[in-house]
Design a protein around this ligand. Structure first.
Ligand code: IDP
Ligand code: MG
Length: 153
């Protein structure tokens, strides 16, 4: 099954929305396989947001992402990467669809509650960027037979 990396961002921690954000993923039927809290630093942020380092707003993002620890999670499921991106909604929370995490809970482009890997290729780089092998778990989810049809597992 696919795995994807998410970060629950400082705005969610400050606003007390960590549980709400996680609930979208749990309620959907995804499986939590890695979970920890981390204080990000400039070196990790430069790597993680390499596609944005030349943007004028990069320092703002870096300061924001360092302003509190973040929750780092790895989730698993069939087509998990795309499923989670859809659950997040588009980057600008004001434009994100209702029913999505950003659409329901946010009003900002920068402070948009959650990061999620944008492709399977990216997830394969981002998961090991944040998790050591022994911090990720595999276990039998007893409710899989209700979440997936037999030929989807
Ligand atoms: P994504 O998180 O939806 O994949 P990216 O373009 O990868 O969006 O940008 C990473 C993060 O950088 C966004 O989630 C947001 O927090 C921040 N960001 C992106 N574009 C802007 C902008 O134009 N102004 C301020 N912050 C931005
Ligand atoms: Mg992105």
């Amino acid at each position: 099954m696919e795995r994807t990396l998410i970060l629950i961002k400082p705005d969610a921690l400050q606003r007390g929305l960590v549980g709400r954000v996680m609930s979208y993923l749990e309620d959907k039927g995804l499986t939590l396989v890695g979970n920890k809290m981390m204080q990000l630093d400039d070196s990790l942020l430069h790597e993680h947001y390499a596609h944005l380092v030349d943007k004028p707003f990069f320092k703002g993002i870096a300061d924001f992402m360092k302003s509190t620890p973040v929750i780092v999670q790895c989730w698993e499921g069939q087509e998990c990467v795309e499923v989670v991106r859809k659950l997040c909604g588009v980057t600008n929370a004001r434009e994100a669809a209702s029913g999505t995490i950003r659409g329901d809970l946010g009003m900002s482009v920068q402070s948009n509650l959650i990061h999620a890997s944008d492709s399977l290729e990216t997830a394969k780089v981002e998961v090991p960027r944040f998790f050591k092998d022994d911090e990720l778990f595999s276990y039998d989810k007893k409710n899989y037979e209700y979440i997936y049809a037999p030929d989807e597992k």
